[in-house]
Design a protein around this ligand. Structure first.
Ligand code: DAK
Length: 258
């Protein structure tokens, strides 16, 4: 990994920590950074030794949004050709569970990136916001959609229209954040959560992630039907045999991800 990498990768199998590395710019998500991030995540997603990914920023900022300087230079057609949306979609489509470890500012595209992960573990210092309308634009990578689904219309409207930041506790109460931890423990706790996730059956984790995500996009009836089919698929896995047998034999399961 080169010293000037925009994204750092630290493997600690079965987990890996991927760190955004533009700390002086509060991890503003420039195009080169997003390109590097999506490449690294895609590689890790294909790696069977990796069972959970932690996506982190620095202590001061997870990410303060897309790079404002870059956007100031760009016209609408530049934005279209930059294929930004495809990068965000690629993150959403990853199979491997993804934990966002958020400390400090988590704003605009930074919050959209955190929401693209499967769950958010936040330091008590975290501040979440969608301040785009103050720049004359609107959230463009899920900020109006995922945030509304996560915290409901009343709070989402407040955050998007007023630009105010939610602190970690309010974000947790509202349903945006899964766990809030002490300032000094944010990264360790996120790794701990990742290890808990990585210890479970990989096939089941992927199917469960798909099933929960489907809840956002379908009716209850179709969602329940989809869930049932994914359960049958899980039953067909070696991991299910192993997990069910290990319980009966009172031993720890040894999941192979098959
Ligand atoms: N972009 C570029 N540089 C940034 C930045 C950003 N978003 N945020 C901070 N920086 C830089 C600052 O310019 C400063 O650089 P220097 O002056 O030192 O060179 C350095 O980081 C430290 O920032 P501050 O000096 O401002 O630090 P403070 O503690 O005083 O303030 C702050 C922290 C986070 C409150 C403040 O920096 C701030 O308000 N930042 C901007 C937050 C923001 O408005 N974010 C939303 C950006 S718009 C799309 C997908 C996504 C998006 C767009 C399109 N498509 C799929 C098409 C997303 C858009 C956005 O995120």
């Amino acid at each position: 990994m080169s010293a000037d990498a925009l994204v750092l990768v630290e493997r600690d199998e079965p987990i890996v920590v991927v760190t955004l590395n533009r700390p002086k710019q509060l991890n503003a998500l420039s195009e080169p950074l997003m390109e590097e991030l999506v490449e690294r995540l895609a590689e890790l997603d294909r790696d069977p030794a990796i069972r959970c990914i932690v996506l982190a920023g620095s202590e001061r900022a997870f990410a303060a949004g897309a790079d404002i300087g870059e956007m100031a230079e760009a016209g609408a057609i530049d934005m279209l050709y930059a294929r930004r949306v495809e990068r965000w979609d690629a993150i959403r489509k990853l199979w491997t569970p993804l934990v966002a470890a958020v400390s400090g500012f988590c704003l605009g595209g930074g919050n959209e990136l955190a929401m693209s992960c499967d769950l958010i573990v936040a330091s008590e210092t975290a501040k979440f916001g969608q301040p785009e309308t103050g720049l004359g634009i609107i959230p463009g990578a899920g900020g109006t959609q995922r945030l509304t689904r996560a915290i409901g219309k009343a709070k989402a409207m407040d955050v998007v229209l007023s630009g105010r930041f939610l602190d970690a506790r309010e974000a947790e109460r509202a349903g945006l954040v899964a766990r809030v931890v002490a300032r000094e423990a944010w990264l360790e706790e996120a790794k701990h959560v990742a290890r808990e996730i990585a210890a479970k059956a990989p096939v089941a984790q992927r199917l469960a992630k798909e099933a929960v995500n489907r809840a956002y996009e379908t009716t209850l009836e179709l969602g329940l039907e989809h869930e049932r089919r994914l359960l049958y698929l899980a039953f067909a896995s070696d991991d299910a045999r192993e997990g069910l047998t290990a319980f009966a034999e009172k031993r720890d399961p040894d999941f192979q991800g098959r």
